[in-house]
Design a protein around this ligand. Sequence first.
Ligand code: GBH
Length: 442
Amino acid sequence: MITFPEGFVWGAATAAYQIEGAVGLDGRGPSIWDTFSHTPGRVAGGDTGDVACDHYHRYPADVALMAELGLPAYRFSVSWARVAPDGRGLNPRGLDFYDRLVDELVARGIEPIVTLYHWDLPQALEDTGGWTARDTAERFADYAAAVHDRLGDRVPTWTTLNEPWCSAYLGYGNGVHAPGQRDPGKAFAAVHHLLLAHGLGTQALRSAGARSIGLTLNPASVSPVDPADPADVAAARLVDGLQNRIFLDPVLRGEYPADVAHLVRAHIRDTDLKVISEPIDLLGVNYYMPLYVRARPGATGGGEAYPGTRDIEFLPAEGPVTEMGWLIEPAGLTRLLERIGRDYPGTPLMITENGGAFPEGTADADRIGYLDGHLRAAHEAISRGVDLRGYLVWSLLDNFEWAEGYRKRFGIVHVDYDTQRREPKDSALWYRDVIRRNGLEG
Ligand code: GBH
C-alpha cells in the first residue's frame, strides 16, 4: 500500500472556457478565445466553446457528480469576461454564477480552489494591447479584488494565473493559442506583464484577507540527450531558462535569471520585481510530460514558441504517448518536483493538473495506467522530501481542448456532446477508490 500524507488534497480541475458554454448569457463579454475559436482555421474542426459542456446550466448536476465520485476538492477558473465584460466595469450577474457554484460545492463539502485566469482575456483588453500592455496587469488586480470580494468568505485557496508560459508563448509567440499572434518580442512583454499581474493580484488578494494564494505554472523537466556533451547541456540549460526559470526565479527569488533577463528587461520598472516576488503560499505545478533537447546546428528549435532556441532540437517522443502525442514518462514528474523543491525551497507544491488524452469511451484502462504511474511518481517525490500537498486530475470532464477542439478527451467523465450526458469512466471509479484509501494498492 502506498499511502499519501494525512491531509493530502485530492481533486479534479477544469477551466471556464473549456466547459461553461453560455458565452452570450447574463452580460458576459467576448474573450480572446471567443474571437480565436470563431476565426476559421484556428481550432481543429472549427470547434468553439459556445456550448462546450454546458456547465453554466448544468453545474448543480456536475457538482452532484463530483460528490458521487468522492472528490474532496474542485479547481475551476473564473471567466474574467463574465465578471468584467469589457475588462474594466463590473457585471454582478457574472459573479452570481460563481456565487451559486461555490454555494453548491460548499453544500456538498467540496473545497473550491479558484483560478482567476485560465487564458480567457476579455477581448476589450486585448484590443488595448492585451498582455503586451502593462495596463492589463493593473486591470487584473481590480478583477481579482472583485472576485475575492464576492467569493472570499467561502474560498480558502486562490490561484492567480494558470500557465503564463502558454498565455505568453503560445498566445503571442507561435500563435497556436489566442490571441494568435506570432511575435517573440510581444511574447516576452507578455511574460513580464503576466508576472506583474500575478504580483499585483497577489497583493490585492492578500490585503483582502485571502488565506492561501498561489500561482500555477507548467514547468518541465528538461534533459540533454547526452549529459556528457557540453553543447547538449547548454541547450537544455537555455530551454530550462525560457520554460522554467524565467517564471520561477522572479516569483520565488525576486530576480530574472541572468541568462534570459535581457529578453524582458525593456518592460521592467523600478518596483516590479518586489511586486512579483510577493510571498505566495502554494506553487501549482501542471505536469504532462518531460522535454529532451540537444544542440544541433541548423535545427529550427522550438519554433516561435521558444524564441531564441535556433540550433536546438526538441526530440520527438520515443516511447508510449497519449493521444496528444505527448510522451508518457512518470519519472519526469519525480525529477521535476525534486528539482523545484531543491532549487526553490520553502514553497509548498501542489500538482494542479495531471492527466492524459486517451481514446473516447468509458473503458479507459490506459488513463488509469497513466494516473497510477504519475501518482506513484508523485509519492516517490514526497518520500524523497518534497513538500507536495495535493493532486488534482486534469480533467473532471471531457471538454474543449483549446486548439484541438473536442476531439481530444482528457476527462475522467465522458461527455456526449449531442446529449450532454455525463458518464464516469473506469478511471473516475478507480480514482474514487484511490481517494477513499488515500493511496494506491501494492
Ligand atoms: C494544460 O496545458 C492546460 O492548463 C489545460 O487547460 C489543458 O486542457 C491541458 O493542459 C491539456 O492540454 O505543444 O506539443 O510542444 C498544458 C499545456 C502541454 C503546453 C505541453 C505545452 C508542449 C507540447 N502544455 N505542451 S507541444
